[in-house]
Ligand binder design. Sequence first.
Ligand code: S3P
Length: 163
Amino acid sequence: MNNLILCGFMGSGKTAVGKALAAQYGMELIDTDSLIEKNENRTIAEIFANSGEPYFRGLETKLIKELATKKNLVISLGGGLAANRENHPYLKNLGKVILLDCGIEETLKRIEGDKTRPLTANGRQDIINRYNFRKPIYEEVADITVDSSADVQRTLNLIISLL
Ligand code: S3P
């Protein structure tokens, strides 16, 4: 099967839905955040704090280029990966891009005050601005957009019905 790529903002459900989708179709799951943490042997928060965001963004682009020849994967992207237009051609070549969007109110419920994500540290208005800025950029690369505001099973069912 062609690769299925899940993109979207922090909290949109990429990791949880990715697991369910991979199980549903018997595909291998790759989570870019987890793979980067494994390769670097440190957390995303540590990478941001010690090497800076541009370094992390470079790792994301390198990783997505390296996956180019792989098949039968579900790939859950870190929230910034599809927000970077430089990555769009690689994502398009990799497979079908599915945008998960749970809306700003649900996003805030899920991630406001999260201590593990470096980009939630600047508070509510910063999250809202970032969400609004990124949404049209995600839409440019997405083949389909799925409402992920309900639970994982419902989001999975919606994806299956659209594929
Ligand atoms: C980021 C999202 C995070 C992680 C990093 C940066 C972003 O992934 O890659 O903290 O720029 O939106 P999740 O979307 O899985 O939280």
